[in-house]
Structures are given as structure tokens and as C-alpha cells.
Design a protein. Structure first.
Length: 230
């Protein structure tokens, strides 16, 4: 195995993994949803890492298929998947935001009824709108993010895998591991400070409209991705 070529490709994989992760769609949605879902730093890091692993695995799988079926065909397929993933991000953001608005208005109506003295028995028999069956959607948020990122491969890694092919499987594995560690590590490193910054914003309006705001942010990032083709 050519040591110089291997080191060069590993360095390229680290650079690619780190730089492409700077795109806002790789970290802003996690920070926004972590604030809305009240994820702890540990949970935020785990969910981000899991989604990053899904993203990287899809990219690597596409690259390995490219080695078998040809570079041009797989790059075209990957670019189409990237475009679709932006639309999926918009759809998820709009759906999450709509749910957030519904939840906020229902909580407002609940508070209004309580203020007029009509809901005291109701409060004893039932949980508040912030809990109960609404909380059943919470695990779905993380799974939806995982599926979205798993459907969003990075086609830029494909040429690197082609370049590593002459080195055999040891070279390919080295490039893949470097790309995985750089991508996931950068995602987590960006998400955690952003989550902390979002969590520092307090106020009744944030508690009430946080879900709707988070959905709007995710949808906006999807629009940016589709518009700029990133």
C-alpha cells in the first residue's frame, strides 16, 4: 500500500468531512430541535452522531456501489438524492411547525379555560397539553431526522473512494474511517454550542411557540439547501 497516497487521501477525507459539514443543514436542525424537544447535551450528541453515521453510511455505500457500477451513474443518482433530501427537510419542518402551532393554540385555549375556572377538574384528571399523547411524537423526531440524513448522501466522497481503490481494501477503509470520524465529530462539535446558545434564550413566548419556531427553522434550512443546491 502506497503510504504517501494513503496519507494524502486520508487528509482529503478529513478535510471533506469537516468542510461539507459546515453547511447549515448538517447542524442547525439539530440545535433547533434540541431546544424544542428539551434534549440534554448527551442526548443531543447521541442523536447527532447517529444521524451523522446514517449520512456517512449512505455516502460510503453510494461510493462502493460506484466502484461496481461506474462513477457517473452513481454521482447522478447521488445528486438527485441530495435534491430530494432538501425537499424532505422542508416537508418535515412544515409538518413539525404545524404540529407546534396546533399544540400552542391548544395550550392557549386550555389556559384560557383554566383562567375562567372551568377546567379545575379537568386538570386533575388529565395531563397538560405539554405532556400526554403529544409526547408520543417525541421519539419520532429523532427517527425522522435519522431517516432524512440517511437519505442524503454526500457525492463528493465518491471520487475519493475511486482514488483509494488501487490501494485495496486497507486504503479504502482508511479513507472511509477518516471521513466518518471527521463528519460526525464536526457535526457534534457544531451542534452542541448551537444547542447551548438556543437553550440560553428564555421566555414564555419561547416555551409556547418553540416547536413552531423550530419547525420553521428546519423548513427554512431546507429551502436554503434546495435554492443553493448544497
Amino acid at each position: 500500500m502506497d503510504r504517501t497516497l494513503t496519507l494524502a487521501l486520508v487528509a482529503a477525507a478529513v478535510s471533506l468531512g469537516s468542510i461539507h459539514t459546515l453547511a447549515p443543514d448538517h447542524w442547525v436542525p439539530f440545535a433547533a430541535l434540541a431546544r424544542s424537544e428539551r434534549w440534554s447535551p448527551r442526548r443531543t450528541a447521541l442523536i447527532t452522531a447517529a444521524c451523522g453515521l446514517g449520512h456517512v453510511t449512505a455516502s460510503v455505500a453510494l461510493g462502493l456501489l460506484g466502484l461496481l457500477f461506474g462513477l457517473e451513474l452513481l454521482q447522478t443518482f447521488g445528486q438527485r438524492m441530495e435534491s430530494v433530501s432538501g425537499l424532505l427537510l422542508i416537508g418535515f419542518g412544515l409538518a413539525y411547525g404545524t404540529w407546534g402551532l396546533h399544540r400552542s393554540f391548544r395550550a392557549r385555549a386550555h389556559d384560557h379555560a383554566h383562567a375562567h375556572g372551568h377546567a379545575h377538574g379537568h386538570l386533575i384528571d388529565h395531563q397538560s397539553p405539554a405532556t400526554s399523547h403529544d409526547d408520543l411524537h417525541r421519539p419520532l423526531t429523532a427517527w425522522t431526522l435519522f431517516l432524512l440524513f440517511s437519505a442524503d448522501p454526500c457525492v463528493a466522497v465518491i471520487p475519493l473512494l475511486f482514488a483509494a481503490a488501487p490501494l485495496g481494501w486497507p486504503g479504502i477503509v482508511a479513507v472511509v474511517l477518516a471521513y466518518e470520524v471527521a463528519t460526525i465529530g464536526t457535526m457534534v462539535a457544531l451542534v452542541l454550542p448551537a444547542r447551548a446558545a438556543a437553550g440560553a434564550v428564555h421566555g414564555a413566548w419561547v416555551d409556547r411557540w418553540g416547536d413552531a419556531i423550530a419547525g420553521g427553522v428546519v423548513a427554512l434550512i431546507g429551502i436554503v439547501v434546495v435554492s443553493l443546491g448544497i
